[in-house]
Structures are given as C-alpha cells and as structure tokens.
Design a binder for this molecule. Structure first.
Ligand code: 2M8
Length: 410
C-alpha cells in the first residue's frame, strides 16, 4: 500500500523525461533529487530511472559539471527564485541551468538501476559522463589536502545546516536587504518558520551572484570541505570501479581514488566520533553536530574502528536505535526540529546512513528503515519531519521521500 501511494506521487511529479522534486516549490529538475528519485524508480520502472539520469546528464557542461538545477523552459521565470535569468547560463545542449553542483550520488544511482535491471548499454552511455563529473570536481575543487570543496551552501544539499553559520559570517550580503523577502518564492508555499531566514537567503544570493560573475570559476568567500559531499564523491569512485569492470574499462584508477579520498577524510575531517566540515579559507574544522558527519559510513573502505565510533555517536546523539536520525543532533545548541536542515528528519539522509549500515550493522539498519516508514506513515510524503513528533513540514508529495521509501520496502 505504501509503495502504491509512493508510486502515485512519483507519477504525478513526472514531467515526461524527469521528475520534479515537488510540483509547486521546486518546479524544475534538481541534480541529487534526480539520483534519489532514480533509485526508487528503478524498483518499478528501470526505464524511467534511466531516462531520469540521462536527462540530467544531457545538461552536463563541457567542463564536466552537472548543474544543480536544469530549468524547464515551459515554467515561468517567476515560479522559482533564483531562476534561469539569474544564473544566465546554458548547457551545450541549449537548456538553461544553474552553475553550481550538488553531492555526486549519481554513480550510486546508476549502479542501483543496473542492479534492478541489468543494462550494459545504459552503463556504457552513462559511465563517461559520470567520469567527467568526478574529473570536474577533482580538477576545479580539490584542495591541497586532497578533498573536494563546495563553494555554496546549496552545493551541500543541506542549505541552512548550522555547520554553515560560521563560514557564512565571512560572506557579505549585498544590498538586497529588505528586498529579498519580495523575490523569495518559497515563502509563498511554506511557512517562514520552516525555511532559511531572509539573512541566509541574502548571503546565498550574494554568493551565487559572485560565482556567476566570475564565470563560475572563482570559489569566492565560501569554500568548505563537506563530509557528505566527499563521502558521495568517494562512493562514486568505488561504484565507478564496478561499472568500469562491467563495461570493460580499467577499475583500478577508481579503486585507488576511493582509497585516497577515504584516507584524506579520516585524516582531515574526522574528530571525536564524527566527521566535520573544514573551512578551506581558515584551515579550521567546523565542529558541529550535523548528520552529514555520519554519511561517510557509506564508504566501503572506512576503517572498522571509525565505523564503530560513528555508530556509537549515531546511537548516543542521533537516536539511531529508535530510528530517529535528525539532520542535526537534538543534544546540540542550534537544533530546530521544524526548520529545514537544522534538525528535521529527512528521508534521503536516513537512506544514506541506512545504506552505510545495511551490511555492517543490519540490527541498526532495520530500526532506521522502520523510522523512515513511520514518518511517512504518520504524515505522508512530506519534504521533512519533526524527528520527535513526526509532524510533516515543507512541501507535500515530495519526490525523494516517496522514491526512497519504495527502495526501502522493496
Ligand atoms: C533545497 O534546495 C533548494 C536550492 O537548491 C532550495 O531551497 O530552493 C534543498 O533541500 C536541496 O537539497 C534540494 O535538492 C532542493 C530540491 O529538493 O531543495
């Protein structure tokens, strides 16, 4: 029954070649949403899942970057802010896109689609694009420590995580103060108490405008190494090794890169039972209690003792045993149970940690799966949930909440 309802949401949000995250709030194609959506669609329509990814990679730039939004030309400019006119750029295919990226969870999605329905022709088609995506990140975003940086909170996917409060202080909001509320379209759909503040938005817009004005090259005043983004990058290399094997390519460079980035993460981002982001501009670790710090559990080569301490942290500070897993620890100052990425439970974050625990700790993966099912059972396929009461927040009929539930119960 839950799968049936989830598929109904996915069908309603399908736009012919991709799926919108939600009809009203996010009326275009989003990068990492499409990967999660494809993982769920692979369970009932592998063809649709393949199309979803191929549509996204159809908007890949010449330099290999996969933009975080691919705009639907049929949707009016004013429906989402910042829209195509703000970003002012087109992919070689001619479609308007944004110029920033999101966590590269797409190789994992491609592999899961292939596992659901083996299709070597699809893998052969997507492999060079996935390789180019990783090459862009290595070429443009790798720091001397060997980790990948993000240059905008939107690139983390966890936009207003408390982990970004400190590095955002270095960002000067431009003269949009007072006017930002007027252009924000999100507040027409969701209560301001559940979204980032105007002050956050002013900085997001200032950062994106500066990056745009540098021709999408200069990292600007926000540059951090995020554990979730780097975990996704590392997992992508592990999975690319598998895909390379199937396609008759050499898996070794991918295996080496996965080992290398895992070691760099352990050396530079791990401290006191959790992975943290690092501010590249100051060289300092940003100690926070974000659940992003648990996602390196996805890395197959993570040393056993680190797995064990991460699991301990997840049990002590994130309610793992009861399947709670908020985006930010309720034990930490700054926790807000209903405000976006500052505390609510998100199905994609739970799924990533679940994925990392399935083989290592099935005893703990099970309550986490139950926790995801309980949340949508209580409140529907909402965008995010109060981690304690399971009240739903953000948009309704949210695609990745539906898709990942299909995967979890399969
Ligand atoms: C949210 O981000 C967008 C900007 O990209 C927004 O707030 O308008 C985030 O939750 C992000 O992770 C997600 O990909 C996107 C679409 O669901 O919405």
């Amino acid at each position: 029954m839950i799968t049936h309802d989830a598929v109904r949401v996915l069908v309603a949000n399908w736009d012919g070649t991709y799926t919108v995250p939600s009809r009203r709030l996010y009326p275009h194609q989003w990068s990492w949403d499409s990967a999660f959506i494809a993982i769920g669609n692979a369970r009932w329509s592998p063809r649709r899942a393949r199309t979803e990814l191929l549509t996204l990679f159809g908007a890949q730039w010449q330099d290999g970057r996969v933009p975080h939004i691919v705009f639907n030309p049929a949707v009016p400019e004013g429906a989402y802010f910042p829209g195509p006119r703000f970003w002012g750029v087109r992919a070689p295919s001619g479609v308007a896109t944004s110029g920033i990226v999101q966590p590269p969870v797409h190789a994992l999605a491609a592999w899961k689609i292939h596992q659901a329905e083996p299709d070597v022709a699809f893998l052969r088609r997507i492999y060079p694009r996935l390789v180019a995506q990783q090459r862009f990140l290595r070429g443009e975003r790798r720091s001397p420590e060997g980790l990948i940086s993000i240059v905008h909170p939107w690139e983390s996917g966890m936009d207003n995580s408390p982990a970004w409060d400190l590095p955002l202080q270095a960002v000067e909001a431009t003269g949009s103060a007072g006017g930002i509320g007027a252009v924000r379209r999100d507040l027409g759909h969701v209560s301001a108490a559940e979204r980032p503040t105007d002050r956050d938005y002013e900085r997001y817009v200032a950062l994106a405008a500066a990056y745009r004005d540098s021709g999408y090259r200069d990292p600007g005043s926000f540059q951090v190494e995020d554990p979730l983004f780097n975990a996704a990058y590392g997992v992508a290399e592990s999975v690319l090794a598998e895909i390379a094997r199937v396609c008759g390519h050499d898996p070794e460079p991918h295996e080496r890169e996965a080992v290398r980035v895992t070691a760099a993460m352990v050396e530079h981002l791990y401290d006191d039972g959790l992975f943290h982001a690092r501010d590249v501009r100051t060289g300092c670790l940003i100690r926070s209690s974000s659940a992003a710090g648990l996602t390196p559990l996805l890395l197959p080569g993570l040393p056993r003792e680190i797995v064990n301490t991460l699991v301990g942290t997840a049990l002590d500070r994130f309610g793992l045993k009861d399947g709670v897993l908020p985006s930010y620890s309720p034990a930490a100052p700054g926790f807000e149970p209903g405000r976006y990425w500052r505390g609510p439970k998100w199905i994609n974050l739970s799924w990533l940690v679940w994925q990392g625990l399935r083989e290592r700790r099935p005893d703990l993966a099970a309550p986490l799966a139950d926790g995801m099912i309980a949340a949508v059972g209580a409140s529907g396929f909402r965008e995010y949930f109060d981690p304690i009461t399971l009240d739903g927040h953000g948009s309704r009929d949210f695609s990745w909440s539906a898709a990942l539930i299909v995967d979890v119960v399969a």
